[in-house]
Design a binder for this molecule. Structure first.
Ligand SMILES: [Zn+2]
Length: 328
């Protein structure tokens, strides 16, 4: 147990020193998963509350796996623009139809997030059916992550870090720097979780809303950057033991104002959708009595598996997209 705690602590230190530019990542994903717990109905709430630390801390597991598991990366995004201008409306919603039209290789090459959400939701349903504590927790945390990603406009484009439009660094700016600076101003209250009849269509609705916001994400930053000199755009801030170049507070505030609540809206949409799909998986899994799972802790094997994932992430076996290791 002690070793596990030390490992977790080391991981936090490692992250805070090396990875704090991280995306929805560290900060956003964790807040989103955590808040989603409070949307749940009374049959689920005590169980999720008891495990809220796990659900929060493991909200970034899928990003860690991007470096350890070969097919992980495409699960986090979909480059809709490579399929043409109106792909967001015309792309086949269901996996089999999409494979038929484009082949699986192509889909994997440009990202599969809307379909992967459905897979994880179905695995979670199975976990509820089986009363499998480890799987329920792991898949709940994972599902929250992929839903969070699907709601980020820059996860729906080939130009995911502004690299095609001279806006390198915008990924972390939108989904990490802005929430870190303005989180306290967000109102993230959503109503209670609701049952979702068609998870696949709901996943596509999220991706569509995110994609339709993309033009503003890029255009507003471009306008702003034309109005400001480089030295106004960036500043330096201490992060742990290092000093990093960041988008300046003034520049961030101006972008935040132009976006008119977009980051907050997308964060809120993520929270609502996560609560909805956790609830839907529980209903579809036969509404098991979660109070029976309340007194079991993770086994040593389960803890060891988690530690292994953390180690693999640190060694970064597979290369992922550039913004994961960029300087902003
Ligand atoms: Zn991700």
């Amino acid at each position: 147990m002690k070793l596990f705690q030390i490992l977790l602590l080391t991981t936090f230190l490692f992250w805070s020193n090396n990875d704090c530019k991280a995306r929805w990542g560290f900060f956003g994903h964790q807040r989103i998963n955590r808040i989603a717990v409070f949307t749940l109905p009374i049959e689920m709430l005590p169980f999720y509350k008891k495990n809220i630390q796990y659900i929060t801390e493991n909200a970034v597991n899928p990003d860690r796996r991007r470096y350890a598991v070969k097919n992980e990366a495409p699960r986090h995004y979909i480059d809709l623009d490579v399929y043409g201008d109106s792909a967001v409306y015309e792309m086949p919603r269901y996996w089999n139809e999409a494979v038929e039209l484009y082949t699986e290789d192509t889909l994997q090459a440009y990202g599969i997030v809307p379909w992967h959400i459905v897979s994880v939701k179905n695995w979670l349903t199975k976990a509820f059916e089986n009363r499998d504590l480890d799987a329920i927790l792991r898949l709940s945390a994972d599902l929250g992550h992929y839903i969070g990603d699907a709601n980020v406009p820059l996860h729906t484009t080939e130009n995911y870090n502004g690299q095609l439009t001279g806006q390198y660094g915008i990924h972390g700016f939108w989904e990490s720097r802005l929430p870190e600076l303005f989180f306290d101003e967000y109102d993230l209250f959503t109503g209670g979780a609701e049952y979702v009849g068609n998870v696949q269509i709901r996943a596509w609705d999220a991706v569509t809303t995110a994609h339709l916001a993309l033009d503003s994400v890029l255009t507003f930053e471009k306008e702003l950057s034309q109005q400001r000199s480089e030295d106004k755009k960036y500043s330096f801030e201490e992060r742990g033991a290092t000093v990093q170049q960041v988008y300046s507070r003034e520049y961030s505030r101006a972008y935040h104002t132009m976006l008119d609540g977009m980051v907050e809206r997308q964060m809120k949409a993520s929270i609502k959708m996560i609560g909805d799909l956790w609830y839907t998986a529980w209903v579809d899994g036969g509404q098991p009595d979660l109070s029976l799972l309340m007194d079991r802790d993770l086994t040593d094997d389960e803890k060891a598996q988690l530690e292994k994932e953390i180690e693999e992430w640190k060694t970064r076996k597979y290369k992922s997209r550039e913004h994961e290791s960029g300087s902003l």
